[in-house]
Design a protein around this ligand. Structure first.
Ligand code: SF4
Ligand code: SF4
Length: 337
């Protein structure tokens, strides 16, 4: 459904509000194609392109006609309800050529971890019996038709991407055809040689979820006994990095209050990252807890984040907070003034 908002009617000649995903994005979800995968805003849904999709031949003319329809509405200040308050909406002169450069492959069909904060892990029937369709023939089709262009971002997420039968082939195909900007969120339980190649060639960014600085806490959070294996994967990926690509491998720590929100655990995690040769410190906050407690964040969490920031400096590491935490820290700083 589209709704009119006067605020989004551009007064500048040739300009209109849109986003990189509506213009040139495509997401492969379990049984549908969508414009994007962003849902952390008020509209909180991803505009649909096609439902009941299980890998059928794609009519590209139709896809681009849908994108043209969105453009037509946007020029009149009408927006899909799923896009309400989306931070990606921007007023500019968009390139309306027919190509895709933002791809997201998010099958949600399998994972080798059982994170305590994961909806799918807590509802295994969401995975059970689901089969991923093959995306590689579609990528090849796009490449041969000149529809897929390098220069954007090609992301894998949703379940564990390295478990997809075609994961290695897709990554190698993209590398062989000169794509870059590949992003993968992985549990790190399975090592991927193709991903290692992409890191070595400075064409991929990988974030491995660890959330702990010890075997015991890892087991408590992930409910699988794979801490050493994951640490080994991280070390092997880090060995592929060069000076230029030194920020391309990250071990992420999602703070889960009551489990890993203490200095000792965090310090062990940072030390293990340093020993593995990482130059990154990436923190996030568990979403379910955040949604329940965002108006009452305990002081020790702010202190923990400040502590991590100082430690990162000591280790000469890049420091990154995911969106939720960054917003919390910004609000805290504003309230201080
Ligand atoms: S939800 Fe945001 S990123 Fe997604 S299509 Fe709408 S404006 Fe673009
Ligand atoms: S790694 Fe991701 S998909 Fe797998 S259980 Fe954890 S949160 Fe869920």
């Amino acid at each position: 459904m589209f709704v009119y908002n006067e605020k989004f009617v551009s007064k500048k000649e040739g300009y209109y509000y849109s986003c990189p995903w509506i213009e040139h994005g495509l997401v492969f979800f379990k049984y549908k194609l969508a414009m994007c995968c962003n849902c952390g805003h008020e509209g909180s849904s991803q505009p649909l392109i096609r439902n009941n999709f299980i890998g059928q031949r794609i009519d590209w003319e139709r896809i681009f006609k849908v994108k043209d329809m969105y453009r037509k509405f946007h020029k009149k200040g009408k927006f899909h309800t799923g896009c309400l308050s989306c931070p990606y909406l921007e007023e500019k002169q968009w390139d309306t050529s027919r190509y895709i450069d933002n791809l997201y492959i998010s099958h949600w069909t399998d994972c080798n971890s059982k994170c305590i904060y994961c909806f799918e892990a807590n509802n295994p029937e969401q995975f059970k019996g689901k089969r991923p369709y093959s995306v590689l023939p579609i990528i090849k089709d796009m490449q041969e038709r000149g529809i897929l262009r390098p220069g954007g971002i090609i992301s894998f997420g949703g379940g564990e991407p390295t478990l997809l039968d075609e994961f290695e082939d897709i990554v190698n195909y993209l590398l062989d055809n000169y794509y870059w900007g590949i992003r993968v969120h992985s549990s790190g339980i399975k090592y991927s040689p193709a991903l290692a190649r992409a890191i070595n060639e400075i064409r991929a960014y990988v974030v491995v979820s660890v959330d702990s600085g010890s075997k015991e806490t890892y087991k408590q959070v992930k409910r699988v006994d794979c801490y050493d294996k994951v640490r080994e994967t991280i070390r092997k990926y880090a060995l592929q990095t060069t000076f230029l690509g030194r920020f391309l491998v990250s071990a992420k720590y999602i703070i889960i209050p009551g489990i890993n929100d203490n200095v000792q655990e965090l310090d062990s995690w940072m030390k293990a990252n340093y020993d593995a040769g990482l130059y990154t410190t990436v923190l996030d906050l568990e979403e379910g807890w955040y949604l329940q407690n965002r108006n009452n964040i305990p002081e020790h969490l702010y202190q923990l984040i400040e502590h991590a920031r100082k430690q990162a400096k000591k280790y000469n590491s890049n420091f990154e907070l995911y969106e939720r935490l960054q917003n919390l820290m910004n609000d805290k700083a504003k309230n201080k003034k």
